[in-house]
Design a protein around this ligand. Structure first.
Ligand code: APR
Length: 272
């Protein structure tokens, strides 16, 4: 009998009175995460007007490096050498080489489950806008159509003199014309670089939509470049709820109603 009591007490301590056991923490985290995912799925289903804002993390599971973080592009390279108008003026060859390399990586990559989930969500909602900082074209390849590529597209070039735009030839391998077919001036990647302004028409489209949005899903952005944070704030001030999907905690997570801490390719398909 005495032994029985001790056994009971031991069981109670192990499974009920010892909340710091790694096993129970893991279970509790999973349960909390599942509860949040369920709540977010309900919020997505109920929302009439949805905006999705994406950054480099959404393409990470397609094999495209992000910019910041351990293996990010800005670990090995300096933005001021490669992604500013001054860098291009000083060394256009170097800048073109870097973008050629990245273009090949993007061309070889395939859209992942996160891109597909976002494209599926667009089909469910009459009022929908995707705002992406990504220049890799993977959202379009996954089927997204109502989107604004606020940082441009790596498969497009733009004349430095007359602003004529040229599409990159993809065969036999991605290559960009270095001189404008219209005026023969230098062509640069059609990307919004550091120190440059966003296209006013793009920003207007975003603001107009976000003023009436009831739900914003943000994923894969550190928020270090401020546009996603700012646009999320604008929507939030107008009453939108915010979901952030990112394995890390960021300034966007701090603002969000829900932070789903996991990879976009695993979490986003569970919300649509
Ligand atoms: N799913 C979701 N998010 C992820 C994943 C993943 N699988 N993997 C990483 N992330 C998150 C990281 O935790 C990080 O917060 O993606 C974010 C990537 O951050 P950045 O590299 O800073 O990318 P981004 O915010 O898009 O950068 C903005 O900076 O240099 C520029 O012009 C470039 O558009 C880019 C801008």
């Amino acid at each position: 009998m005495g032994q029985f009591v001790i056994f009971q007490t031991f069981e109670f301590v192990l499974f009920h009175n010892f909340p710091l056991s790694p096993v129970s923490i893991h279970l509790n985290c999973n349960q909390a995460m599942q509860t949040d995912i369920d709540a977010c799925r309900a919020a997505v289903a109920a929302a009439k007007q949805v905006a999705v804002i994406t950054g480099a993390g959404v393409s990470k599971e397609s094999g495209i490096p992000t910019f910041r973080g351990k293996e990010g592009y800005w670990k090995e390279n300096r933005p001021e050498d490669l992604a500013t108008p001054a860098a291009f003026a000083a060394n256009p060859k170097l800048v073109h080489e870097w973008y050629s390399h990245r273009r090949t990586v993007c061309h070889q990559a395939e859209p992942n489950a996160a891109h597909r989930a976002i494209a599926a969500l667009e089909k469910q909602k009459a009022q929908f806008l995707l705002i992406t900082q990504n220049v890799d074209g993977l959202h379009k390849r996954a089927g997204s159509r109502r989107l604004v590529e606020v940082h441009g597209n790596i498969f497009r070039g733009r004349c430095t003199a007359c602003s004529y735009t040229v599409d990159v030839n993809l065969e036999p391998e991605p290559a960009i014309a270095l001189q404008c077919p219209a005026c023969a001036a230098n062509v640069r990647p059609d990307i919004v670089w550091f120190g440059e302004s966003y296209h006013p028409a793009d920003l207007q489209t975003c603001y107009q939509f976000l003023h009436h949005t009831d739900l914003v899903i943000v994923s894969g952005t550190s928020g270090v470049v401020q546009i996603p944070l700012h646009l999320t704030q604008v929507a939030r001030e107008r009453g939108a709820r915010v979901i952030d999907v990112n394995p890390d905690n960021t300034a966007v997570s701090e603002l969000a109603d829900w932070h789903l801490a996991g990879p976009a390719g695993e979490i986003l398909p569970q919300l649509v």
